[in-house]
Write a protein that binds this ligand. Structure first.
Ligand SMILES: [Ca+2]
Ligand SMILES: [Ca+2]
Length: 365
């Protein structure tokens, strides 16, 4: 087994939603740190490799100096702080993975994920995050469509922006997909890939391994329900989409938030899905979310969870570590093994309440 393959199970554990947004902060003895957090202590910057509180760097049990990361990455030390934490941890994992790691990795992949949710104005816009794991570039197709569901208020004329995970650099922007210089390649994708309406937004781009954000909002400041989809359309790259999350509004009934995903391949995949009350500032959060996993035709509910601590395999969820376990006891999650196929994850308030939630889907083996 190659070094990278050995590293993958560890990489999965390292990734978490909250630490993707990490920015270096001054180390503080009163702060609890998660894997991937970046801190400045003395004249050095450190990345957390284990959860800790009041463990001042340098302390090799909990922190790695970014000069070590620079060595792992084979780049000049001054370049490292500009890289996202995913890339850094990925490289460190490859170095630190023991040769006798025999954890099996499913060859199946999550190749598509989409979320139907409400995009509200400003900080309440819908935002999807995703991670490309591996060593090769990956061609991904991203689209933001006006929701075509019945009984909802659709987001007309959506616009999308692709950002690096720290939201310091906007990489791509599209308002109306027909304006892309490679629109012919989008049309060649065929099927339901090209957006439905000319005012829908899409990009077909090649991205390096790392973590990214996709913002979806109304081009004229308008609001409503939209579908955001991220697809692996690369038949040659060995890299994978391993995580995608969406922050969006969940209303009641048909206006709930719903994430869809596709597992391709021949082997079963262990998938961790969670629905968290959004912890963002300046928004109305969905308190006490509930989660249901359905087959794609929505004829059979496969799994349901209200509060993640009630799962019979809650110890396995805790063992995922980092910020995989949900933040609040009333958040919902399931850790399940799924066969290749297409699925839906519905997110809504357990008591008919509404607000902004995060739904995250992670391949964990
Ligand atoms: Ca548009
Ligand atoms: Ca709940």
């Amino acid at each position: 087994m190659s070094l990278i393959k050995n590293a993958l199970p560890i990489v999965f554990v390292f990734f978490s939603i909250t630490n993707l947004y990490a920015q270096p902060t001054i180390w503080n003895s009163a702060t609890s740190y998660n894997i991937g957090d970046l801190v400045v202590s003395g004249e050095s910057t450190y990345i957390a490799i284990s959860e800790s509180s009041n463990q001042e760097p340098p302390n090799a049990t909990y922190w790695t100096d970014l000069s070590v990361a620079a060595s792992a990455l084979g780049v000049p030390e001054e370049t490292v702080p500009t890289l996202d934490t995913t890339t850094i941890l990925d490289s460190l994992s490859a170095l630190e993975s023991p040769d006798d790691n025999t954890t099996s990795v499913s060859s199946s992949k999550i190749i598509n994920i989409s979320t139907n949710g409400y995009s509200e104005a400003g900080a309440q816009k819908m935002s999807a995050g995703f991670i490309i794991s591996g060593t090769e570039n990956l061609k991904v197709y991203i689209k933001a469509e006006k929701s075509q569901e019945a009984g909802i208020t659709p987001l007309t004329n959506p616009k999308l922006q692709v950002w690096n995970i720290s939201r310091t650099s906007m990489l791509y922007e599209n308002d109306n997909w027909g304006t892309n210089s490679n629109v012919s390649e989008i049309n060649v994708l065929g099927g339901s890939y090209p957006p439905i309406e000319s005012t829908d937004a899409a990009v077909l781009v090649t991205l390096a391994p790392g973590a990214y954000l996709v913002d979806v909002f109304g081009a004229a400041g308008n609001t409503g329900k939209a579908l955001v989809a991220v697809n692996n359309v690369d038949s040659t790259s060995s890299s994978q989409l391993i995580n995608i999350s969406t922050n969006g509004y969940a209303y009641t009934g048909a206006q709930k938030m719903s994430a869809g995903f596709i597992i391709s391949g021949t082997e079963d995949v262990k998938v961790y899905i969670k629905a968290e009350k959004s912890q963002e500032a300046g928004i109305t959060p969905l308190t006490n979310p509930k989660l249901q996993i359905w087959n794609i035709s929505r004829t059979t509910m496969l799994y349901e969870n209200d509060n993640w601590g009630t799962n019979s395999n809650v110890s396995e969820i805790n063992a995922l570590g980092g910020s995989y376990p949900p933040i609040e006891a009333t958040d919902a999650a399931v850790l399940v093994t799924l066969s290749p196929g297409a699925y839906l994850a519905d997110v809504f308030g357990a008591s008919g309440n509404v607000g902004k939630a995060l739904v995250a889907i992670n391949k964990v083996n």
